[in-house]
Design a protein around this ligand. Structure first.
Ligand code: PMP
Length: 392
C-alpha cells in the first residue's frame, strides 16, 4: 500500500519541488503531533492559530453550529445568526465609521473585494501598492505584488498599479487623483516584519485625502492580536477606509472579511446588483468559529500578554549567528547572515521539533509567529531549541 507521503506526491497538487512533508495527526495549543513526535508551531499556519490549535471553545462552537445547519444559501441572502453576530462583533471592534462587514472565504478574496469596492466607489482604476508586500494569489491581488520574479509568468495582470517604496515619504507623490486606492499593511509581514513609520502613515493619509482616494489596509497577518493589539492599525494614529481580514479571524477555520462604512459597501447593491457574490463567504460554521475565537481573545486577555512575550523572546535569543530581530508583537523575523543559513536553520529545526518558515521577500530571516497563547516556560524551551540548532 502506498504511504500517505507517496499519495501526497502523486495526487495532491504541489506548490514547490521541496515540500516540508511533515505528517501531522493532531494539533493542540502550540503543538503539532505526528509520527511519534511533537513539533512546536512557530508559524501558526501563517498567522492563523492565534489562540492555539483546536481551542476547545472554537471546537465547541463548530460542533454546535454543525448540529444546527451548515451551508444554506449564497452569502447575503438569508439571515443567519453566526454571520449576523460576527458582522456585528467586527463592526463593534473596529469602531469609527466601520459599520459594515462583507464576509468572504479568504484573504485573497477579501483583497479582491476591497479593490472592486475602491474602483466602484471612486470611479477610478489606479492602485498604489507597497514594494515587498504580499496581498494574495488571485489575478487582482497578485498585481499588487512588486517583485516581478513572482508575477511575470502570470502577466497580463491588472493595469494601473504602481509600486512604491514603503516608508519613503517622497514616493507618496505617486498617489494622484487617478488613484482609486492605496493598499498597504501597517507591518509588512512578508518583507520580514517591517513596521510602518508613524510619519509615513500620517503623510500617506494626508496625501490620500488630498487626492480623493481610499486607503485599503491589509490586516490579514496583523489582525486579531498578533501585534499586541486586536488590530495592527490600532498601534498607530491611522484611519483606513477599507480593512481586510482573514487568517487569524477564523480561529483555524477559513474566514475572511472586508470592513467599511455602509456608504462604501453599498456600491455593490446597484449598477449592477450583486457587485460581489460568493457562495461560501460567511459560511455559518466558520462564522461561529470566528465569533468564538474573538470571544476567547477578549475573555482571556491574551493580547495584553503579547508584547511581554515578544520581549522575552528578544531577551533570550542572544546568539552570535543572529544579526538582528525585527518584530511587532509576536510577528517576529530573526535575521541570520544569509539565505543559505536560513534555509539550513529551517530544515535542521524540524529535526529538533521546531517548525519555522521563511519570508517571501526576505530570505535572510526566519519566522517566529507562534500562537499568542504560548507560555513563558514554552518560550524559554523554544529559545533553548533555537539556540541549539544555531550552534550546529
Ligand atoms: N494578505 C496578506 C498580508 C497575507 O499574508 C496573505 C496570505 N499569506 C493574504 C493577504 C492572502 O490570504 P489568503 O492566503 O487567505 O488568500
Amino acid at each position: 500500500m502506498l504511504t500517505q507521503r507517496q499519495l501526497f506526491l502523486r495526487h495532491q497538487a504541489q506548490t514547490s519541488d521541496s515540500p516540508v512533508m511533515v505528517q501531522i495527526e493532531r494539533a493542540e495549543g502550540i503543538y503539532l503531533y505526528g509520527e511519534n513526535r511533537r513539533y512546536v508551531d512557530l508559524i501558526s499556519g501563517v498567522s492563523v492559530s492565534n489562540i492555539g490549535h483546536c481551542h476547545p471553545e472554537v471546537v465547541e462552537a463548530v460542533k454546535l453550529q454543525v448540529d444546527k445547519y451548515m451551508h444554506l444559501m449564497v452569502y447575503g441572502e438569508y439571515v443567519q445568526a453566526p454571520q449576523v453576530l460576527l458582522s456585528q462583533k467586527l463592526c463593534e471592534l473596529m469602531g469609527g465609521d466601520f459599520d459594515n462587514c462583507y464576509l468572504v472565504n479568504s484573504g485573497s478574496e477579501a483583497v479582491e473585494v476591497a479593490m472592486k469596492l475602491a474602483k466602484r466607489y471612486s470611479g477610478k482604476t489606479g492602485f498604489v501598492a507597497m514594494k515587498n508586500a504580499y496581498h494574495g494569489s488571485t489575478n487582482g491581488a497578485l498585481g499588487l505584488m512588486s517583485d516581478k520574479s513572482w508575477t511575470d509568468s502570470f502577466e497580463p495582470l491588472l493595469p494601473n498599479i504602481l509600486h512604491i517604496e514603503f516608508n519613503n515619504v517622497e514616493s507618496l507623490d505617486a498617489i494622484t487623483t487617478d488613484t482609486a486606492a492605496v493598499v498597504l499593511e501597517v507591518v509588512q509581514a512578508e518583507a520580514g516584519v517591517v513596521e510602518a513609520e508613524p510619519n509615513f502613515l500620517t503623510q500617506l493619509q494626508a496625501r490620500c485625502k488630498d487626492a480623493g482616494c481610499l486607503i485599503i489596509l491589509d490586516e490579514v497577518q496583523t489582525g486579531f492580536g498578533r501585534t499586541g493589539k486586536m488590530f495592527g492599525f490600532q498601534n498607530y494614529d491611522f484611519t483606513p477606509d477599507i480593512v481586510v481580514f482573514a487568517k487569524g479571524l477564523g480561529g483555524g477555520m477559513p474566514k475572511g472579511a472586508v470592513m467599511a462604512c455602509k456608504d462604501i459597501m453599498s456600491v455593490f447593491m446597484t449598477n449592477p446588483v450583486l457587485g460581489h457574490i460568493t457562495t461560501f463567504g460567511g459560511h455559518p460554521v466558520s462564522a461561529a468559529a470566528a465569533l468564538a475565537n474573538i470571544r476567547v481573545l477578549e475573555k482571556t486577555g491574551v493580547i495584553a500578554t503579547v508584547d511581554a512575550k515578544a520581549d522575552l523572546f528578544r531577551r533570550l535569543l542572544q546568539h552570535s549567528a543572529i544579526r538582528t530581530i525585527r518584530n511587532k508583537g509576536l510577528l517576529m523575523a530573526v535575521e541570520l547572515e544569509d539565505g543559505t543559513k536560513v534555509r539550513k536553520f529551517i530544515a535542521e529545526a524540524v529535526s529538533d521539533g521546531l517548525l519555522s518558515d521563511w519570508f517571501l521577500f526576505n530570505d535572510c530571516s526566519f519566522r517566529i509567529a507562534p500562537p499568542l497563547t504560548i507560555t513563558e516556560i514554552e518560550i524559554e524551551m523554544v529559545c533553548g531549541l533555537i539556540k541549539r540548532v544555531l550552534d550546529r
